[in-house]
Design a protein around this ligand. Sequence first.
Ligand code: SF4
Ligand code: SF4
Length: 283
Amino acid sequence: MLVIAIIVMGVMGAVFGLLLGFAGKKFYVEVDPRVAQIRGVLPGGNCGACGFPGCDGLAEAIAKGEAPADGCKPGGAAIAAKIAEILGVSVGESNGRSIARVTCGGDRVNCQNRSAYAGVPSCRAALLAGGGFKACEYGCLGLGDCVRACPFGAMRMSAAGLPEVDDEKCVACGKCVTGCPRGIMELVPESKTVFVRCRSKARGPVVRKACKVGCIACMACVKVCPTGAISVQDNLARIDYSKCDACGLCVAKCPAHAINDLRHGAGAAGDAGADRVAGQAAG
Ligand code: SF4
Ligand code: SF4
């Protein structure tokens, strides 16, 4: 009996061994070892700023060539360089850093409320309750949904009730852009320091009544811009950043102070603009 049992066990062991060997070959899934290497250098915050479901998703996409080596925005240049080394490629030309900008100047001083609001302190909730309480129907509600949406702590509300962006911390993940129900937040190339701080599509007289710094569609900026970068559409000035050289002439010309230059503040032309003005005066 014992001999038979040993023989049966031996045969079964051999059969199972063969089956396992066959299954191993048949169902073998090749794993790219670079995925684990890339995953190892990613920060592991699973913030989603890259557009993939967490760091695992980005690592796989990079290894497959479906995402760039510098796809992790919070990781920055140092992480991108390590990943490029794993892939054996160069990081390549960066498209340039973008920063989130607040495209509304209607703080509590510039833009009054048209009604009182005592509901849930959320911009989205305020909009649902009667379309918002600001005099400007396009303006920032100042209840900070964008600030709460930022996973990097790069935003805060100013004392006057407008969001502010910390350029050093902003990684251009766009969470504030999608988090703002008014469409106030925008990603702008860092080098383009001149931008329109208004979203109102209302006609000039309506804007004047609601806000001290809203675009009134007067076309003064369009006329003064030497590169043809500005156009007025739907009563609102817009800048084509592929043409704008951030000279700042429009900033100085805008009678409503609706265009800002981060280098010099509202109403001041940048260095290039000042040079141009001086050149025009001399010529
Ligand atoms: S920018 Fe948008 S989300 Fe942020 S406080 Fe203003 S309305 Fe609210
Ligand atoms: S100059 Fe100012 S107010 Fe006039 S269209 Fe340009 S941004 Fe608007």
